[in-house]
Write a protein that binds this ligand. Structure first.
Ligand code: GNR
Ligand code: NI
Length: 176
């Protein structure tokens, strides 16, 4: 399995709108397995194909403690079952080290296809609901930071750009 590079904000490729998966072949399954491996290595609970520069509507999620309950989601869409807005302190592997309160509807019904093209549905609330909505946003080129004020978003952008252009300095600073 390959560990894929995760794009970070403000990389413009994160703004790409992913296209519908039409062919359910080995290429798709291999990409899904590589994404799962990449997500587990990064200790994430979800990963959208957009984040690894693959612009198809494919998501992997695993909210289990032991990284042993992966869900592979293709061509997702959802319906809101409970419009109550809940806040959750979200993180994103494409916005590393920042955690912000984001507000989303509480309960959803997700319709999707599995890796073999079979139709599936699931009802989600809590962290699973948050994660699904967060990942579908990625497929539409939308990021967690888009829900923040321009000021906050600008600060995060500045800090991430700085940490990217000065990698050596950053490593030296972290060494004892
Ligand atoms: O690993 C992740 N954790 C997380 C925590 C709260 C809300 C959403 C997430 S998703 C994130 C991984 C990621 O960036 N997925 O796109
Ligand atoms: Ni994310």
């Amino acid at each position: 399995m390959r560990n894929l590079e995760i794009l970070t904000f403000p990389d413009p490729r994160l703004r790409t709108k992913a296209s519908i998966v039409e062919v359910f072949d080995d290429e798709l399954r291999i990409m899904a397995e590589n994404m799962l491996h990449t997500m587990y290595t990064a200790n994430g609970i979800g990963l959208a194909a957009t984040q690894v520069d693959f612009h198809k509507r494919l998501i992997v999620i695993d909210i289990s403690e032991n990284q042993d309950e992966p869900i592979f989601i293709v061509n997702p869409s959802f319906q809101i079952l409970d419009e109550t807005i809940e806040e959750y302190k979200e993180g994103c592997l494409s916005v590393p080290k920042f955690f912000e309160e984001i507000y989303r509807p509480k309960k959803i019904k997700l319709s999707y296809k599995d890796l073999d093209g079979n139709d599936k549905e699931l009802i989600a609330e809590g962290v699973l609901s948050v994660c699904i909505q967060h990942e579908i946003d990625h497929l539409d080129g939308k990021l967690m930071v888009d829900y923040l004020s321009p000021l906050k978003r600008g600060r995060i952008k500045g800090k991430l750009l700085k940490s990217k252009t000065k990698p050596k300095q950053q490593i030296q600073q972290r060494s004892p």
